[in-house]
Design a protein around this ligand. Structure first.
Ligand SMILES: Cc1cc2nc3c(=O)[nH]c(=O)nc-3n(C[C@H](O)[C@H](O)[C@H](O)COP(=O)(O)OP(=O)(O)OC[C@H]3O[C@@H](n4cnc5c(N)ncnc54)[C@H](O)[C@@H]3O)c2cc1C
Length: 598
C-alpha cells in the first residue's frame, strides 16, 4: 500500500525562506496580518486531513468507481467519499481563501494552493469535487449579479453545494465556437436550456443537496462562433428567492464515462431538457466570464500533477531504499545483505531525482503564481496589480502544461523504480500514472496551452510580458553573477535567458510569414519556457540553501536542496538545447507529409 507524508517542510521553505510571502503580504491590507505561524498551522491540519481522511480512499475509490442509477439519474461515488466530503465541509476547508462577505475565511490563495497540492497527492478524483466548486465560486464571484452572489455564493463557500463547468459537447471540445446548447429567454427573465454536454467532471453525485452547473450555451439570435456564447447558472434543484431548495430542474446525468483513471470522480454526460437557468455576465460574453473559471482550473490542473508527482516520488524513494537487487557497479554497499538496495544504481537515482526536481520546482512555481494572484487582487498599487496579473497570465499555460507533462514523466519514472511491481495494482503506482494522464488533456490540451503561450501570451504582445519576467531573472543573474558557488546554476540560466530573446524573435518572424511555423514550434517552445522558469526557481532555491549552509546551518535539508538543484541543471535543464533545435527545424517536416499520412 502506498504512503503519503505531507511535504510541509518544503512548502515552508518555499513560502517563508525563498519567496518570503508574509513580507509580501504586509503590503496587502487584506493579508497584512497573516503570519507564518497561522499559515503553517492551517497547512499542518490540512496535511492531516489529506493523509488520514482522503488518502485511504484513493485505491478503493479507483477500484470501485462511481455508479449511476439509470432510473433516477442519481450517481453514487465510491464508499467513503460522501463522509470525507462532510468532514471537509465541517472543517471549513471550502471557505479557506473565499471572500468573508460570503462566509469565507479570506486567507491568501497561497494557503489554498498548498492545501490543494496535498489533497491532490492524497486523492485527485475526490479532490475534483471541491476543486471544481472553487472554480465555479470564482467565476460567480467575478461575474455574477448581486442577487446571484447573495443566493449562491454562501453555499459554495461553505461547501454545502458543489459546482461544475459544462463546456464540452460531443462534437466540440477545443473549439467551443461550435457549441450548440440553446438558451431560450423566458418572460420572467430566466432562460430554458436544451442540449447535451459530455465529460462533465463531478457532474452528478449525492455528496451535497444541490449542484450548481455553470453552462455555456447560445441565445437564439447569437452570432456564430465563439462570439455568440453566453454563460448560465443552472442548478440541479431550483432555488427559491429565500434560498430554499425547490423542484428538480431539467438537467440530469444521462450516462457516466468509463475511463482510464480518476475513477472516483463522476465524469458525466449531462442532458439539459428545458432546464431553467439565469445568465452570468453579459449576453454573448460567456466565454470571457468562463475564462475566470478556466484560468483557475488551469492552475488547478497543474497542481493536480504536482500532487501526483510528489506522492509518486515519496513511494518510489521508500521502495528504492528497501528493494535489494544486484550489486553496485562501484563495489558492494550493503555488506550485510545478499544484494544492494536499488538506490545505489545511477539510473534509479536519476528516476528518483527527476521526480524530486520536478515536484520541488513545480511547488516553487505554483506557490509563486498564487502569491502573484494575491497581489493582483489586493495590492494597493495599480501597477503592481497589473504586472502581477500579466505575469500570472504568462505563467498559467506553463503551470498547466509543463507541470502535467512533468507529472507524466515523473509518475512513469517512479513506477519504473518498482520494476514489475510498479505495473501491479496493489502498489498504487500505476494509478498515479493513469490518474495523471488526463491532466495533459482536459482544461485545454497541452498543445492548446502551448499555442496560448507562444501565439497569444508571447508573440501576441511582442514579447512584452516575457521581457518583464526576463527582468526578474536578470535581477537574480546580476545579484549572483560573480558568486562562484552559484555559477553552476546561474551560468546555464543566464545562457538560456539570453538565447530566449533571439529564439522567440526568430519564431515570431517565421510565424509572421507562415502561421503553421508557430503551431509546429509551440510545444517545444513551452517546454523551453518551462525550463527557463524552473531554472530561475531552482537557482533561487539553491541561493537560499547555500546562504544557510554558509551561515553554518547543518540541517541536511539545505544540502539536499543544493544537490537537487545540481541534478536539475546537469540532467534535466539541458534538454532545452534539443528542444530549441527541433523547434527551429520548422514546419516543413510536418506539413509536407501528405504522402506519409495518406
Ligand atoms: C475525464 C475528463 C474530464 C473532463 N472534465 C470536463 C469538465 O468538467 N468540463 C468540460 O467542459 N469538459 C471536460 N472535459 C473535456 C476536455 O476539456 C476536452 O476533452 C478537451 O478540452 C479536449 O477536447 P476534445 O476531447 O473534444 O478534443 P478535440 O478538441 O477534438 O482535440 C483532439 C486533438 O486535436 C488537437 N487539436 C485541436 N485543435 C487544435 C489546434 N488548433 N491546434 C493543434 N491541435 C489541435 C487537440 O490538442 C487534441 O490532441 C473532460 C474530459 C475528460 C476526458
Amino acid at each position: 500500500m502506498p504512503q503519503y507524508n505531507p511535504p510541509l517542510r518544503d512548502m515552508q521553505f518555499v513560502m517563508h525562506e525563498v519567496l518570503k510571502v508574509t513580507d509580501e503580504f504586509k503590503a496587502l491590507p487584506k493579508h497584512a496580518d497573516v503570519d507564518a505561524d497561522t499559515i503553517n498551522a492551517v497547512l499542518e491540519e490540512a496535511g492531516k486531513f489529506a493523509a488520514e481522511v482522503t488518502f485511504p480512499l484513493n485505491i478503493s475509490g479507483d477500484t470501485e468507481g462511481c455508479k449511476l442509477d439509470q432510473a433516477t439519474h442519481e450517481v453514487t461515488p465510491p464508499k467513503g467519499f460522501k463522509e470525507a466530503y462532510a468532514k471537509y465541509v465541517e472543517g471549513g476547508w471550502a471557505a479557506l481563501s473565499c471572500d468573508p462577505e460570503y462566509g469565507g475565511q479570506g486567507l491568501p490563495f497561497v494557503v489554498n494552493q498548498c492545501v490543494y497540492e496535498m489533497l491532490n497527492s492524497a486523492n485527485q478524483a475526490w479532490t475534483m469535487y471541491p476543486g471544481l466548486s472553487h472554480g465555479a465560486y470564482e467565476a460567480l464571484h467575478a461575474h455574477g449579479t448581486d442577487a446571484q452572489k447573495k443566493l449562491y455564493l454562501p453555499k459554495l463557500v461553505s461547501g454545502e453545494w458543489t459546482g461544475t463547468m459544462c463546456l464540452t459537447e460531443p462534437h466540440c471540445g477545443t473549439d467551443l465556437g461550435l457549441l450548440r446548447t440553446k438558451a431560450e429567454p423566458q418572460a420572467d427573465g430566466t432562460y430554458k436550456l436544451t442540449g447535451n454536454k459530455i465529460f462533465i467532471s463531478a457532474g452528478e453525485h449525492d455528496m451535497t443537496e444541490n449542484i450548481l452547473h455553470l453552462v455555456l450555451a447560445r441565445l437564439p439570435d447569437a452570432p456564430q462562433g465563439s462570439k455568440g456564447i453566453s454563460l448560465f447558472l443552472v442548478p440541479k434543484f431550483n432555488v427559491g428567492e429565500d434560498g430554499a431548495i425547490g423542484s428538480r430542474n431539467g438537467i440530469y446525468c444521462g450516462s457516466l464515462e468509463h475511463k482510464m483513471g480518476i475513477h472516483g470522480n463522476a465524469t458525466a454526460q449531462i442532458v439539459l431538457e428545458g432546464a431553467v437557468g439565469t445568465m452570468v455576465g453579459a449576453p454573448n460574453k460567456g466565454l470571457a466570464a468562463m475564462f475566470v473559471m478556466m484560468n483557475a482550473a488551469r492552475l488547478g490542473v497543474g497542481n493536480q500533477s504536482l500532487g501526483l508527482t510528489e506522492v509518486a516520488y515519496q513511494n518510489a524513494l521508500a521502495y528504492a531504499k528497501d528493494r535489494i537487487q544486484m550489486r553496485s557497479l562501484s563495489g558492494v554497499k550493503a555488506k550485510d545483505k545478499p544484494a544492494d538496495p536499488i538506490i545505489v544504481h545511477p539510473d534509479v537515482r536519476k528516476m528518483l531525482l527527476t521526480a524530486k526536481a520536478y515536484a520541488e520546482g513545480g511547488r516553487a512555481l505554483a506557490i509563486y503564481c498564487t502569491m502573484l494572484l494575491d497581489k493582483e487582487l489586493h495590492h494597493p498599487d495599480e501597477k503592481v496589480r497589473k504586472d502581477s496579473g500579466e505575469i500570472v497570465a504568462l505563467l498559467t499555460p506553463i503551470v498547466k502544461a509543463f507541470l502535467t507533462d512533468n507529472g507524466h514523466i515523473s509518475t512513469n519514472a517512479c513506477m519504473q523504480v518498482f520494476g514489475g511491481h510498479g505495473f501491479i495494482k496493489e502498489w498504487g503506482m500505476e494509478q498515479f500514472v493513469r490518474d495523471n494522464r488526463i491532466n495533459m488533456i482536459y482544461e485545454g490540451t497541452n498543445t492548446i496551452q502551448s499555442l496560448d503561450l507562444l501565439g497569444r501570451k508571447v508573440l501576441g504582445n511582442n514579447g512584452a510580458t516575457l521581457k518583464k519576467f526576463g527582468k526578474i531573472i536578470g535581477a537574480l543573474i546580476a545579484e549572483e553573477g560573480v558568486n562562484e558557488k552559484m555559477a553552476e546554476f546561474i551560468n546555464p540560466l543566464a545562457y538560456l535567458a539570453d538565447q530566449m530573446t533571439k529564439f522567440t524573435t526568430e519564431l515570431g518572424f517565421k510565424g509572421f510569414q507562415n502561421p503553421d511555423e508557430v503551431g509546429a514550434a509551440a510545444v517545444d517552445y513551452l517546454r523551453v519556457a518551462g525550463h527557463l522558469v524552473f531554472g530561475y526557481f531552482w537557482a533561487r532555491m539553491a541561493q537560499t540553501a547555500l546562504r544557510e549552509i554558509a551561515a553554518g546551518n547543518a540541517d541536511s535539508f539545505y544540502l539536499a536542496k543544493v544537490q537537487t538543484a545540481r541534478f536539475y541543471f546537469a540532467k534535466l535543464f539541458p534538454e532545452t538545447a534539443t528542444l530549441m533545435r527541433t523547434a527551429r527545424s520548422g514546419s516543413k517536416a510536418l506539413m509536407d507529409t501528405d504522402a506519409a499520412l495518406a
